[in-house]
Design a protein. Sequence first.
Length: 257
Amino acid sequence: MPKRTDLRADCGSCFGLCCVALTFSKSADFAIDKSAGEPCPNLDETFRCTIHRKLRPAGFQGCTVYDCFGAGQEISRRAGTSWRQQPGQQMFAALPILRQLHELLWYLIEALEHKAFDAEVRAAIDRVDSVRRTADLTTVDVMAERAAVNEVLVKTSRLVRGKQSKKKERRGADLIGARLRGADLAKADLRGTYLIAADLRDADLRQADLIGADLRDADLRGADLTGALFLTQSQVNAARGDRATKLPPSVARPPHW
């Protein structure tokens, strides 16, 4: 069974795939336009970013948010040689697919930690783990895998959170820029909720379900996310926080906080 360590990005063991395979659009997140398959000009010959320590000041905030869930190094390991030595189209096409499968495994491993529906969760982990080993990942129906996994994740969330009032059932809600400072959102359903630039300072988000929630520029200073369900590193990286922000042990405090 895969471990969380298998699902953490290890850029030192990757051929810089995210710096080549992905599209950059000039915006607040990226300082330049870059087509998929085109190496970022900041990528050197050893697959290292030449401006890694100053990505945000240089206008590459999007790079500091992205997390491949370990897909990059896994594809690099399978390929054996880099896209500089062989055509990289297959590696580039596989990256977003394997990333999604690894993301599902991340959620399932967390669900297993809650010791609920163990048989179902383990069966789902075995299935996704088997699918991710498919030789040609472009044949994988990721949407079908997501749908199957979602069922057990929803059941786990409901069991952990228990029955909540309607005001805490905010799944998919538009809370962009919402003023939620000090709000009681403990055990709330915030799945897929738009919390872009929301003021969540000092908010209680303990055991809230945050799967798929958009936390870009959300202000989490002083917020308590202890036990938050299905929170990912990329979500935390996209938000703003400080030393007073309480996070689950599964995610790290971003350097820019």
